[in-house]
Write a protein that binds this ligand. Structure first.
Ligand SMILES: Cc1cc2nc3c(=O)[nH]c(=O)nc-3n(C[C@H](O)[C@H](O)[C@H](O)COP(=O)(O)OP(=O)(O)OC[C@H]3O[C@@H](n4cnc5c(N)ncnc54)[C@H](O)[C@@H]3O)c2cc1C
Length: 413
């Protein structure tokens, strides 16, 4: 047997998805040497709806304001997205623009891009002056000692002071050191399919979220991609899927055959296999996301928005906050669980409120009549539509959804 190659470094990042890459780019900005390990080889696919929200765009701008112009130029792989269309179980629809004044925007507030393209593009932004990048290298085990960590792969062992686990769902570090198990009430099952030839796609790249009666208590989506393609999928709480033995693939194909979508998918061709993957939702309040000498970011930390299924933005944000905590811990030479808990506090202070709002909204889907009523009201009321647009523009305004006053206003308008 070949002896393991030994690598010594300050920090090890496991996983080079959006969380790991954004953490690595920030560590490089702070001048911190590190190793980032990815089990796949780029370009690699990731099952996703491929919608890059305003949060992702904001993060990219913070990483480098020039990068957003690159996305704008890649019309072959990126669809600019200007809004979202919701449809209610009774068939009523509303379109809500992401921007209050689209004419004044330099670029679209969101984008849709296959993850095989977006993740690879972001991966290429890693700064190899500070990051030693190991692709096609799977972490097999992690050992945390009092005075350091060992990360074990087939051909190498990396010794470092701290681990940033950005491994996505089913993270090894979380399982081993925080006893994470899949909690079906905080987890969603999702399917993704690429189709060609779907008709009726919005010209301004509005993403479509359909809360149709066939898909409840989950939702069905159609997101427009360049060259007449669309990302089509369905998501549903795992607890419901397993209790009711739902066959998600069969259900999705039934939705495509339903009167609402039959014509739009009449000539559509499935491009490759329908694939499934899990979404670890951020609906469990204050779940621990660090411990002695390790931090979790992105899906490893379960921070996906429970209502929309959006996780790339929070993956990038937690990658950033985790890298800031790593920087501070290196300065103070303090990697204790107590010190690293500051990272948990930052995360929940910044996004805990919005995760709770989305959890409430996710639970409201169980009451289709309420959803129908809300959509009807919003449709009839331009002022309310405008308020919701402002909410997309400013995440803090989403808190309004939890306020009883907001519902009273809706009721009496
Ligand atoms: C069906 C579906 C639809 C979705 N739709 C959307 C959407 O439209 N918009 C949105 O914002 N979010 C969406 N999400 C959520 C989004 O995909 C995730 O939140 C996001 O990918 C999280 O990024 P991450 O970097 O944490 O994890 P990942 O993107 O999963 O990256 C983790 C990386 O770690 C690597 N890795 C794992 N284990 C190891 C190991 N042992 N050693 C080395 N490397 C390892 C993996 O290969 C991977 O590259 C969707 C998810 C699903 C399943």
């Amino acid at each position: 047997m070949q002896p393991h190659k030994q690598i010594d470094t300050e920090v090890v990042i496991i996983g080079a998805g959006p969380a790991g890459c954004s953490a690595s780019i920030y560590l490089a900005k702070f001048g911190i040497s590190h190793v980032i390990i990815e089990k796949e080889t780029y370009p690699r696919d990731k099952v996703c709806g491929d919608a890059l929200s305003g949060k992702v765009v904001n993060q990219l701008k913070k990483l480098n304001p020039e990068w957003i112009n690159e996305l704008n130029d890649f019309s072959d792989t990126y669809t600019p997205s200007w809004g979202v269309l919701f449809s209610a179980p009774d068939g009523n629809e509303i379109g809500i623009p992401f921007k209050h004044k689209p004419s004044e925007a330099e670029h679209s507030p969101g984008f849709i891009s296959k993850r095989i393209d977006f993740d690879c593009w972001l991966f290429q932004k890693l700064d190899t002056n500070f990051a030693e990048v190991l692709q096609n290298t799977e972490v097999k085990d992690v050992i945390i000692h009092k005075d350091g960590v060992e990360v074990i792969c087939d051909e190498c062992i990396i010794n470092a002071k701290i681990i940033l686990s950005a491994e996505g769902t089913r993270a090894l570090v979380a399982k081993k050191y925080l006893n994470y198990t899949l909690e079906k009430q905080h987890h969603c099952a999702g399917l993704r399919a690429y189709y060609n030839g779907v008709t009726g796609l919005d010209e301004q790249g509005f993403i479509e979220l359909h809360f149709v009666k066939e898909s409840l208590p989950g939702y069905f989506w159609v997101f427009p991609l360049p060259n007449g393609q669309a990302n089509v999928g369905i998501g549903m709480l795992s607890e419901y899927v397993s209790k009711n033995k739902v066959n998600l693939k069969k259900l999705m194909l039934e939705v495509l055959e339903s009167p609402k979508f039959k014509d739009r998918f009449k000539d559509a061709k499935l491009q490759n296999k329908i694939l499934g993957w899990g979404l670890p939702l951020g609906s469990k309040k204050n779940r621990p996301i660090s411990g002695e000498r390790f931090l979790l970011a992105g899906d490893a930390a379960s921070v996906i928005d429970p209502f929309t299924g959006e996780g790339i933005g929070n993956a990038m944000f937690t990658g950033k906050w985790a890298s800031e905590q790593v920087r501070d811990s290196l300065v103070s030479n303090n990697f204790s669980a107590n010190e690293l808990r500051k990272y948990d506090k930052t995360v929940y202070k910044k996004i805990g409120g919005e995760l709770r709002v989305s959890t409430v909204m996710q639970r409201l889907i169980k009451y289709p009549w309420l959803f129908n009523w809300m959509i009807r009201k919003i449709k009839r009321n331009p002022e309310l539509r405008e308020t919701i647009t402002f909410m997309f523009d400013d995440v803090d305004l989403r808190k309004k959804f939890t306020s009883p006053l907001f519902y009273l206003r809706v009721l009496f308008k």
